[in-house]
Design a protein around this ligand. Sequence first.
Ligand code: 5GP
Ligand code: ZN
Length: 289
Amino acid sequence: MKDCVFCKIISGEIPSYKIYEDDFCLAFLDISNDVYGHTLVIPKKHYETMITCDNTTLSRVIETCKKIGDFYVKEKGIDGYNILNNTGSVAGQSVKHIHFHVIPRKEGDEVKLFNELPDCGADLNAVCEELKLPKENVVSCACDDAVVIYTDGACSGNPGAGGWASILNFKGKEKILSGGEENTTNNRMELMAVIQGLESVKDSQIIKVYSDSAYVVNAFNQNWLSNWQKNNWKTSGKSEVLNKDLWQRLLKVVQKHNVEFIKVKGHSDNENNNRCDALAREEIIKLQD
Ligand code: 5GP
Ligand code: ZN
């Protein structure tokens, strides 16, 4: 757009300190030079605000924000980052070309991005009733494109001979994996079932993992794993995290995909979970023969 300052930055008419560029997005330093590394991420196509921007473009811009923020954290010694967007003048948007601010944060930097606002006094119940989106806005996820993995591990004695099994479903096709190990534990077998299932998926995919192991599922869904990593693989009770080798192997493969962990009730009505259980037990019997 002719009079847009950010379009002029894209075309090179106005100079900028470029941080990153691809076919869709540009990231450059904010001229305000307020917070060290304050970066703006914009789509190359002109959209005035978030409201008019299409979802594909928006996704690319957000992905670029993450790419840049993660790079600052992993490679440049930054401790975290804020991603901010102002939509509309009333929200403080001064440049009318959609942009996201990536604001690097350091421990103790005392940057205050939000005023500490007092309680506005609204009844949250009433606000929720007023503002919640009608049901027709709910879009189910792209489940048809997801790989579904059922897993189970079993052990005869704990420790003892163990078995694991994974059943994978992808676009109507099923793949079954199983194995066994002498002198292992139930938790290790639960982990191994998930690891083997995930490692057998070649390309990066959306994956749903169904497990009856609270140990495995909660490690992801209740942030145990991120805490263990932060605490150098020590539990909150300061002891060594068990099965670190397997957790690290699992983390590596999880990072390759987009994985959701779902807890199922074991030995119940989930047919594939029951099939995994039977397969894992067969593996134990093979070891004992
Ligand atoms: P907004 O207030 O619209 O969310 O943010 C607009 C941002 O764009 C401001 O932080 C402002 O400093 C930045 N900005 C405005 N003009 C220019 C410019 O010509 N070059 C760069 N690099 N940043 C700009
Ligand atoms: Zn523009």
